[in-house]
Ligand binder design. Structure first.
Ligand code: MGD
Ligand code: MGD
Ligand code: SF4
Ligand code: MO
Length: 867
């Protein structure tokens, strides 16, 4: 069986996969050795994609309310409600909210329907929350949203600066590529992040800057470059416009001491950073959400671009500013113009562009001005001005800032359509119509990754139930709204050809985004298309997409850094876990991926925690003016004092706590409209609970009424962590299935342990404790998979009668290796490298995602030894 070449479902690295279908819904995943993004490597998420292709939880039929409906009926209803709303209230009373997880073909049709035919630009995307500051920064500096970098620059760089990027967890294959380059040629790595993440493990230098002080840092670097004679005067005079007062404004407050103070880093570290930069012209500055998701995101982007332009470190091998994208097709969305602020094919709303796109699409109706950006869009829904909304491939009831207000807006909106693969999400719960979309492995089309490489995603499985691809659903609604000929696509290739033709239509070199070479691609060639990069090597010719062909330095000043507020003394930073993807609709199906972090945790600096009376493992309430939610507290030296970090992944579906989305405020960057997710004024307090416990169950438990109940998948079942007040006996009645019961109640110690067996096999176990002592979960979880059941004595002890080592939390999910096993091996066998640990335990030798964590354990052990 030879593999089908496709791309990974997750991040913007865009790894190629070779997939061998082994059954109706099963597939073997291998990295595609020929794909330029990954050359065969995959991270933990890509490696375990095969665990997410079951039909569990899938939306398989169109639904109107809670009733199943045929496609005709559902599509007619959507078309009619949109048509009626437009007739009564005008085109701006309707909106689409779409996603970087759509394929380019889906995105193109959605954009064409809204901007070209409905005649409104009220289509925005979750990329607004993700990339829009980078887009706005690129437009200001380059005149076009082009990422002037490729992964091969990372292979050739001497210095890689990672700014606001937890690359080791969020773009693991890129991270491995950087480490490979370091091994081969000694590349230096600098990480700029307020937190000490696993990305810092292999860094030469980590600057734990004050959040939001990135402009001060890069302006300081630029001033240093000027003083040290590092500006590339020839490049500046040939290729860059510099505003008259640029250098005068730039100089203020940019001396080393002031910058060190603003950024709150040791001056010696800052000097070291400047010296590394001076010594290594081949520099790539790779940046992500720590830069973009800020109220000053666009200025932060331009502060980075200014440094690269002024030193000529752009458009050359190994030298580039590199905005790395999050979602698999964030870039494709930018290319079709899926943001409310862009029109199509890298054109904006200038009158000549509106006219040109209208000619091409054959419509007089093209929207003449930008539409509402995501945060304004949902505000407008809440205010009743938008009356019909169609959400595709995103879960805004979780992922928008101030998600509580977003839910209220959705609940009040007269007509909400959601296209998703999953039946029950926090957003589908608020829909009037839900449409079953084809998911990864069923979809067919193209995506563009961070380095502008267009790759095919190919279908592996038949469409399940009545699911249909997004492009089909959208064009069917377009046709039913009256535009039959304009939406007459039969296959993704039809759409791709049209998209390619639009990109080249009357372009004449004005826009780099020109994929005209595929304007007439045959169906067969489209089917076989190999990955390819548009726009060549970016701006290697030193010409930019501005009217005069020159890039621009953009004056940016550090915004005042605010002192904490008395009522909200902490700053909440939010982000990702290594093995979960966003709202967990897919990675949450994988027991292996769920073993890395089983609960949503709030990370607190130990000294802050002591002051607040919070201990490791306590529950803690994080509150902001927008809302509050409870997390498991974990103390971390990697946090700055005064800062908290929580993960974005948990939703109402899995949890009564850990709801990060409720906490950030709906404030945005003035240029891009991107929310400042990384710094929300907050407070944290310990939550005292009378009892704690956990449930292990083969069948998915229903809704659980407890103060704290967070669930994850485990092999053959579910694990729910529980805590609350009052009489927990109620839970025993509510949560345990019928069957042979074994139980022990130790009232003196406040312990209750119940296990339910069926035919001698464990089906559920509930352990509750008032003194908070509970057995490790893993042995019990393993019993769900054992054919021969455990003995009653073992069950009630929560451990095997034969003494077995407790391996601790899993670090390597590919080989199930726990932290205690690794620590013991490091100590006993004197292992001093990640390779040695791999040779001894296999840990870290498959996907490699856990290698930074293993490195951290080795470093810690050595620090202990060396005192
Ligand atoms: N495992 C996993 N990988 C993913 C995803 C996922 O859900 N899970 N999602 C994908 C998507 S869509 C995206 S957008 C990317 C995001 O990828 P990243 O941007 O790497 O991830 P985040 O965890 O959001 O945040 C990155 C870092 O920014 C830091 N930061 C916070 N404030 C500041 C600041 O003021 N300055 C600086 N310099 N840094 C700051 C945070 O401490 C954090 O470590 O990941 C993609 N990859
Ligand atoms: N506090 C805080 N909030 C954040 C962030 C943060 O760092 N902090 N990061 C932001 C960022 S960068 C991002 S990208 C967003 C991500 O946030 P979301 O986009 O809301 O998260 P996902 O869970 O990826 O939602 C995708 C949905 O689409 C469905 N889906 C998957 N494939 C398809 C398909 O092909 N078709 C259709 N129709 N549906 C599909 C999935 O089942 C899922 O329900 O979160 C943002 N929110
Ligand atoms: S780095 Fe991991 S998640 Fe991202 S595309 Fe590659 S395999 Fe998928
Ligand atoms: Mo993102």
């Amino acid at each position: 069986m030879s593999g089908i070449r496709t791309t990974c479902a997750y991040c913007g690295v865009g790894c190629g996969i070779s997939a061998t279908v082994t059954g109706a819904r099963s597939v073997e995943i291998r990295g595609d050795a020929d794909h330029p993004a990954n050359h065969g490597r995959l991270c933990s998420k890509g490696t375990h994609l095969g665990e997410t292709t079951s039909l569990e939880g899938r939306l398989l039929h169109p639904m109107i309310g809670t009733k199943r409906a045929g496609w005709d009926k559902a599509l007619d209803l959507v078309a009619k409600r949109f048509r009626d709303t437009i007739a009564e209230h005008g085109p701006n009373s309707v909106a689409f909210y779409v996603s970087g997880q759509l394929l380019t073909e889906d995105y193109y049709v959605a954009n064409k329907l809204m901007k070209g035919f409905i005649g409104s630009a009220n289509i925005d995307t979750n990329s607004r929350l993700c990339m829009s500051s980078a887009v706005a920064g690129h437009l200001r500096a380059f005149g076009e949203d082009v990422v002037p970098a490729s992964y091969s620059d990372l292979d050739q760089a001497d210095l890689v600066i990672l700014v606001g990027s937890n690359t080791a967890w969020c773009h693991p294959v890129v991270y491995q590529r950087i480490l490979a380059a370091r091994a081969a040629r000694g590349t230096r790595i600098v990480v700029i992040d307020p937190r000490r993440t696993e990305t810092c493990e292999d860094a030469d230098l980590h600057l734990a800057i004050r959040p939001g002080s990135d402009v001060a840092l890069f302006n300081g670097l630029l001033a240093h470059c000027r003083d040290a004679g590092l500006l590339d005067e020839a490049y500046l005079s040939r290729s860059v416009d510099v505003p008259d007062d640029f250098w005068a404004r730039q100089g203020e407050g940019s001396d080393l001491w002031s910058v060190a103070r603003d950024c709150d880093v040791p001056p010696a570290d800052l000097r070291r950073f400047f010296e590394l930069f001076a010594a290594h012209p081949r520099t790539v500055t790779l940046f992500s959400q720590g830069v973009n998701q800020s109220l000053r995101g666009t200025d932060q982007v331009n502060a980075i671009l200014n440094v690269h332009l002024a030193t000529g470190r752009i458009g050359k091998p190994g030298a580039a500013p590199f905005s790395i994208t999050g979602q698999p097709n964030a870039m494709g969305g930018r290319e079709v113009g899926g943001l409310a602020t862009t029109l199509a094919a890298h054109m904006d709303f200038a009158p000549e562009n509106v006219a040109r796109v209208g000619r091409f699409w054959g419509t007089p109706n093209v929207a003449a001005k930008p539409g509402l950006k995501a945060v304004d869009l949902f505000r407008s829904i809440g205010e009743g001005r938008i009356k019909a909304l169609w959400i595709m491939a995103t879960n805004p009831a979780v992922s928008m800032p101030d998600a509580g207000a977003v839910r209220e807006a959705l609940a009040a909106c007269p007509f909400v359509v959601v296209s998703d693969c999953i039946a029950d999400t926090d957003t589908t719960r608020l829909a009037h119509v839900t449409l079953p979309a084809a998911g990864w492995g069923e979809k067919d089309g193209t995506v563009t990754n961070s380095e502008r490489v267009i790759s095919r995603q190919r279908r592996l499985f038949d469409l399940p139930g009545e699911a249909m691809p997004d492009w089909w659903i959208i064009k069917e609604v377009g046709r039913r709204m009256g535009w039959v000929g304009e939406f007459a696509y039969s296959r993704p290739a039809d759409i791709y050809r049209e998209h390619a033709r639009l990109s080249t239509y009357q372009n004449a070199g004005a826009r780099r985004f020109d994929i005209g070479r595929h304007a007439a691609i045959s169906n067969a060639d489209y089917a076989d298309m190999a990955p390819w990069r548009w726009g060549g090597e970016g701006f290697a010719d030193g010409r930019f997409s501005t009217p005069n062909g020159r890039a621009r330095l953009v004056p940016v000043a550090q915004a005042p850094l605010q002192a904490p507020l008395a009522r909200w003394p902490m700053t909440l930073n939010t982000g990702r876990y290594r093995d979960q993807w966003h709202t967990m609709t897919r990675t949450g199906l994988s027991p292996r991926l769920s073993s890395h972090r089983r609960e949503p945790m709030v990370e607190v600096h130990p000294l802050d925690a002591t002051g607040l009376g919070i201990a490791e493992g306590d529950l803690a309430r994080v509150a902001t003016p927008q809302g509050e939610s409870i997390f498991r507290a974990t103390l971390s030296e990697g946090q700055r004092r005064g800062e908290l970090f929580t993960p974005i992944h948990w939703t109402d579906r899995q949890s009564s706590g850990g709801r990060t989305g409720l906490l950030p405020r709906a404030l945005v960057d003035p240029h891009s409209g991107q929310p400042g997710f990384k710094a929300t004024p907050a407070s944290v307090t310990r939550v005292a609970v009378e009892w704690r416990g956990f449930l292990i169950a083969r069948d998915e438990p229903g809704a659980i009424d407890a103060l704290w109940a967070t669930r994850v998948r485990v092999a053959q079942g579910w694990l729910v962590e529980l805590a609350g007040d009052g009489d927990p006996a109620r839970l025993v009645r509510e949560l345990l299935p019928r069957g042979e019961r074994i139980e022990t109640i130790d009232s003196a110690r406040g312990q209750m342990r119940h296990a339910v067996l069926s035919d001698g096999r464990l089906v559920a176990a509930l352990y509750l404790s008032r003194d908070h002592s509970l057995p490790p979960r893993d042995w019990l979880i393993a019993q769900l998979s054992e054919a021969a059941g455990p003995t009653p004595v073992e069950l009630l002890a929560g451990r095997s009668a034969a003494p077995a080592p407790d391996c601790g939390p899993i670090v390597c999910v590919c080989f199930d290796v726990g932290i205690k096993t690794i620590l013991a091996a490091i100590a006993d066998r004197k292992l001093a490298s990640v390779e040695a640990v791999g040779a001894a335990l296999s840990a870290g030798t498959n996907c490699g995602s856990c290698r930074p964590a293993i490195q951290r354990l080795i470093t810690n052990a050595q620090e202990v030894v060396n005192g």
